[in-house]
Design a protein around this ligand. Structure first.
Ligand SMILES: *Cc1c(COP(=O)(O)O)cnc(C)c1O
Length: 364
């Protein structure tokens, strides 16, 4: 029995991409970001492949607990931190590293007896993103208060996050960097700022720790470059199969709403993948697929389980042919995301559990 669609995941490529991170930022420790099920790639196999990381980061407490229950021993940062006392106790119990991004967190920490001390905490500082971050005032006071409580927190670091690191030479990046430098000078704590785009384009932001996500999956954070152009290897190849081929007469309407109409006689194919698998519906009449060495357009609307493709220029296609949706040199997830009016992050995270993940090392 064949299980299609499949996301074929190359764990050797993951390791290659981690090596690339180390080459871009040779002085820094690497916190590999594996939130959202490792950007849709499957968190446990990816974490195992990334065993050489110095630490991991996830977004939520539940993601951190799941990794501990699966036996991951490395430091695990929880980027969203904790929201109440019970979550804080859980952080300590599972020896997770919270990000503290509100003064409320500091109050909770200083006023709660913890069964175990937290191994580390990151103070997320506001430098321009205006999302999660402590105001950039009273930093040294807060640090002093927390470090005075070694029975609660063993060690501290400073974090911030760029809002525009994917934009090369944007003056706002320099401003955030300058702001952070000024804050970091008030303490001698380790600093962690750089996501993938900053690892590649802002060496001044590398500091003691970098925390890349996207580039580990072989994907470019920049709109005008592919992962391959940056020396990265795509990790995921999304595949399915051609399950039907139909003849079309001029004027035939394809799919819901008749959003594509044949202008001449020809053939169209049906591929077993749809938005129920995470194939973004904005790829209706915009996306492409790769069959028998050719890139062919998606025609009409993406359905829940299927898409239709134009076989006009591919007379040899047969039912059962393998179809690549993204993840080879001719059809990248970056390109497909751009066609959908979104970013590769969303396409990767959007794959649903119905897509089988299949793991291999190197050539598949
Ligand atoms: C997701 C995330 C990252 C990783 O960003 P990439 O662009 O995928 O490298 C780093 N830091 C924070 C705070 C994040 O939320």
């Amino acid at each position: 029995m064949s299980h299609y669609p499949q996301a074929c995941i190359d764990l050797e490529a993951v390791r290659h991409n981690l090596q690339q991170v180390r080459q871009w930022a040779p002085q820094s420790q690497v916190m590999s970001v594996i939130k959202a099920d490792a950007y849709g790639h499957g968190v446990l196999p990816v974490a195992t492949a990334l065993a050489d990381s110095d630490a991991f980061a996830v977004a939520r407490l539940a993601e951190g607990i799941a990794l501990r229950q699966d036996g991951i021993k490395k430091p695990i940062t929880v980027l969203e931190g904790f929201s109440d006392l019970a979550e804080l106790q859980c952080m300590a119990q599972y020896q997770l590293t919270p990000v503290i991004h509100q003064s409320r967190h500091i109050d909770l920490l200083l006023n709660t007896p913890l069964a175990q001390s937290l191994p580390f905490c990151w103070l997320m500082l506001e430098t321009g993103m205006h999302r999660l971050g402590l105001p950039a005032t009273a930093v040294s006071e807060n640090v002093a208060k927390l470090l005075a409580q070694p029975q609660r927190i063993a060690a501290l670091g400073l974090m911030s996050h760029f809002a525009n690191s994917d934009l090369l030479n944007d003056v706002r990046n320099a401003k955030q960097l300058a702001e952070m430098r000024q804050l970091a000078e008030q303490t001698d704590l380790p600093v962690c700022m750089a996501n993938s785009a900053a690892v590649i384009s802002l060496p001044d932001a590398h500091k003691q720790w970098v925390r890349p996500g996207l580039m580990l999956y072989g994907v470019s954070p920049f709109a005008d470059k592919t992962g391959a152009q940056l020396g990265l290897k795509p990790v995921m190849q999304l595949r399915s199969k051609l399950i039907a081929i139909n003849d079309l007469k001029p004027g035939d309407e394809v799919g819901y709403g008749g959003q594509w109409i044949a202008s001449k006689a020809g053939r169209m194919g049906v591929v077993s993948i749809g938005y129920g698998d995470g194939f973004n519906r904005h790829l209706s009449n915009q996306g492409a697929v790769f069959i028998r060495g050719q890139t062919l357009p998606v025609i009409g609307r993406v359905s829940m389980d299927t898409i239709c493709i134009d076989l006009q220029d591919c007379s040899t296609a047969e039912i059962g042919d393998e179809v690549i949706l993204w993840g080879n040199a001719a059809l990248t997830v970056e390109w497909q995301a751009n066609q959908a009016g979104t970013i590769a992050y969303e396409l990767l995270c959007g794959l649903t559990p119905r897509v089988t993940r299949k793991y291999h090392h190197g050539k598949s």
